[in-house]
Design a protein around this ligand. Structure first.
Ligand code: ZN
Length: 244
C-alpha cells in the first residue's frame, strides 16, 4: 500500500470508528434502562402503599371486632337483667329497653363497618395481585434488556478497539508530514479524502484539471483539491468489473 492508499484506508477506519462511537452514544442516550428503573421503583412504591393500607384496615378491623365484642357483652348483660324478672321498676325497665335498642343499633353500625373494611382489604389484595404481575413482567423485561444492552455495547466496544488498532497501525506507516496534513484537514472537514468521480472532486464538485487527475491516477501523488483542500483519491472500479 502506498501513502495515498494508506490515507484512504485511514479515512475508512476513521469513519467506521465514528459510526461505532455514535451508536454507543445513541444507546446511552435512549434512556430505556432509566425509564424501566423508574417504572419498577414506582410499582414498588404502589405495592408498599397498598400493603400499608391493608395494615391500617386490619388495625381498624381488630378495633371494631373488640368494640363488637364489648357491645355484645353489654347487650347480653342488659338482656339478662331485663328478662330475669328481678327488676320491677317500670321506669328502669323502660330505660333498659331503650338502652338495649341503642346497643343493637351500635352493633349493626359496627357490623356494617367491619364488612366494608373486609371488602376494602379484599380490594387491596386484588390490586396487589395485579401490580405484582406487572412488576414481575417489567423486572423480567428489564433483565432481558440489560443483558441485550450489555451484549450490544460490549460488541461495539470490541469493534471500536479493533478500529483504533487499525488506525494506529495505518498511522504508524504514514510519513509524518503526510499524517499531519491529514490531521490538519480533519480538524476543519468531516472527510479528509475526496474521490475523483468523472472529472470532479466529489467533495466540492469542482471540475479538476486533467493534469491533477493524472497525478493522482497515474503517480498516486498526494494532491489536494485546489478548491476545497481535500486530498484526492481515485477508486479504480474498472478492475472490479469482470466484463471490462
Ligand atoms: Zn474539492
Amino acid at each position: 500500500m502506498d501513502q495515498l492508499e494508506l490515507l484512504w484506508e485511514l479515512q475508512k477506519h476513521d469513519e467506521k470508528l465514528k459510526k461505532i462511537k455514535a451508536k454507543l452514544e445513541e444507546l446511552a442516550k435512549k434512556g430505556h434502562i432509566e425509564n424501566m428503573t423508574i417504572k419498577i421503583q414506582n410499582l414498588e412504591l404502589q405495592l408498599e402503599r397498598r400493603k400499608k393500607s391493608i395494615d391500617e384496615s386490619d388495625k381498624k378491623l381488630n378495633k371494631n371486632s373488640e368494640i363488637l365484642r364489648d357491645l355484645n357483652f353489654q347487650l347480653d348483660e342488659i338482656e339478662k337483667e331485663l328478662y330475669s324478672g328481678t327488676i320491677t321498676d317500670l321506669k328502669q325497665l323502660d330505660y333498659m329497653d331503650k338502652e338495649s335498642k341503642n346497643i343493637r343499633k351500635d352493633i349493626n353500625d359496627v357490623e356494617i363497618e367491619i364488612i366494608s373494611l373486609m371488602e376494602e382489604i379484599e380490594n387491596f389484595k386484588i390490586d396487589i395481585g395485579k401490580i405484582e404481575v406487572e412488576y414481575e413482567n417489567i423486572k423480567e423485561e428489564f433483565k432481558r434488556y440489560a443483558e441485550e444492552y450489555k451484549k450490544v455495547t460490549d460488541e461495539l466496544r470490541q469493534n471500536a478497539k479493533e478500529e483504533i488498532d487499525y488506525i494506529y497501525e495505518i498511522s504508524s506507516k504514514l510519513e509524518k508530514g503526510i499524517y499531519e496534513k491529514y490531521k490538519n484537514i480533519k480538524n476543519n472537514k468531516e472527510k479528509v479524502m475526496a474521490e475523483i468521480i468523472g472529472d470532479e472532486c466529489s467533495g466540492c464538485h469542482m471540475i479538476l484539471p486533467t493534469y491533477l487527475i493524472n497525478k493522482v491516477k497515474e503517480s498516486h501523488e498526494i494532491v489536494q483539491c485546489e478548491n476545497c483542500g481535500r486530498i484526492l483519491y481515485f477508486v479504480d472500479n474498472s478492475q472490479k468489473l469482470p466484463l471490462q
